[in-house]
Ligand binder design. Structure first.
Ligand code: HEC
Length: 303
């Protein structure tokens, strides 16, 4: 093949092709790893949210004695008489409300992950689900075994996992008759009621910037990997040069000289060697011996 090219050049091409194939394999591998990494990261965020909700839900609601200016929402209020008969107002924050405020804070300072809790039956308009979240909700409702849903969308990695209704949720999400009056007062008796234990109440939705090809390439193409690739190339290049090409050239020259009559030239035959060039050398040696015998016969019959 390609008689105009030397083995050296062809071998270099094969090396580069090999390199490209390995690079493609690595890239596919890294891409799979990327998806796993992103998923792990999103799961870790979701676990934090679950833990935080559980912390608030542990006592039903959390009472605060004043409201931060950026978070004026509360579920209910109670007045407690403190020392020297002063009245202290307390405000209740339920798990969903506290989580919404946590996510607002976290998302404002987030450099990577943002998260929120949403549902197909949302009480707060700020919790309305987007397309990915709606699709996730449908998925979790039709398949209760499904642990998470994820995908890439517009340069982001999206992740969601279901929130199931537990016994303790029924107070505010079961029969409206059981609900605290402040819930009815604030949100009405229609939305987000009528759930049973085990129903999908909503999802935790996490958003992360996608790892792009440029990110992958910039981490792969550093001076160390490039140096190692160059080293591998030189190693291959010089091995091919010394072990095959230089010896073949020598052999070709010697054979040419044999053909021109220098029959007593020394040939390094290395008996028993499995090296292919040595094998060719032995074959040429045999040919030379046959030539010598044939010449002798000719000379005999001639004289
Ligand atoms: C004390 C009453 C109360 C309890 C108990 C309660 N919730 Fe809620 N839940 C609410 C209120 C009020 C909202 C609306 C919060 C807001 O304004 O963001 C809400 C909202 C939610 C949302 C967000 C979607 C939306 O409607 O805006 C989810 C999901 C949710 N609750 C799940 C649960 C789960 C799961 C439990 C049990 C572990 C639970 N809730 C227990 C009162 C409650």
């Amino acid at each position: 093949m390609f008689p105009r090219l030397s083995i050296q050049i062809k071998y270099s091409f094969v090396f580069l092709l090999t390199l490209l194939l390995i690079a493609a394999g690595l890239l596919i591998g890294t891409y799979n790893l990327k998806e796993r990494q992103l998923r792990n990261e999103a799961m870790a965020v979701a676990e934090q949210v679950v833990a935080f909700r559980a912390w608030v839900a542990g006592t039903g609601v959390v009472w605060v004695d004043h409201l931060a200016s950026e978070f004026p929402d509360f579920l209910s209020k109670k007045v407690v008489t403190g020392a020297n008969a002063s009245a202290i107002e307390f405000y209740a924050k339920n798990p969903a409300l506290a989580t919404r405020e946590l996510s607002a804070l976290a998302n404002k300072t987030a450099t990577r992950a943002t998260f929120r809790v949403t549902s197909d039956e949302y009480r707060n308009p700020a919790n309305a689900p987007d397309n990915f979240e709606q699709a996730s909700l449908r998925l979790f409702k039709s398949d209760k075994e499904r642990k998470y849903n994820d995908g890439l969308e517009g340069g982001f990695y999206r992740y969601s996992q279901p929130i199931f209704v537990q016994q303790s949720c029924l107070k505010c999400h079961g029969d409206p008759k059981d609900a605290p009056p402040e819930v009815i007062e604030k949100y009405g008796d229609k939305v987000a009621f009528g759930y049973k234990v085990g129903d999908v109440r909503g999802i935790i939705s996490v958003k992360l910037p996608d790892v792009t090809l440029t990110d992958v390439l910039s981490s792969v193409l550093n001076p160390y990997t490039l140096g190692l690739i160059a080293l591998a190339f030189l190693l291959n290049f010089f091995y091919a040069q010394r072990a095959i090409i230089a010896r073949l050239k020598m052999l070709a020259k010697t054979t040419e000289r044999l053909a021109h009559g220098e029959l007593d030239l020394p040939l390094e035959t290395r008996p028993g060697s499995r090296d292919e060039v040595d094998y060719v050398t032995r074959a040429i040696d045999l040919l030379r011996n046959s030539l010598v015998i044939a010449m002798r016969r000719l000379q005999k019959t001639g004289s």
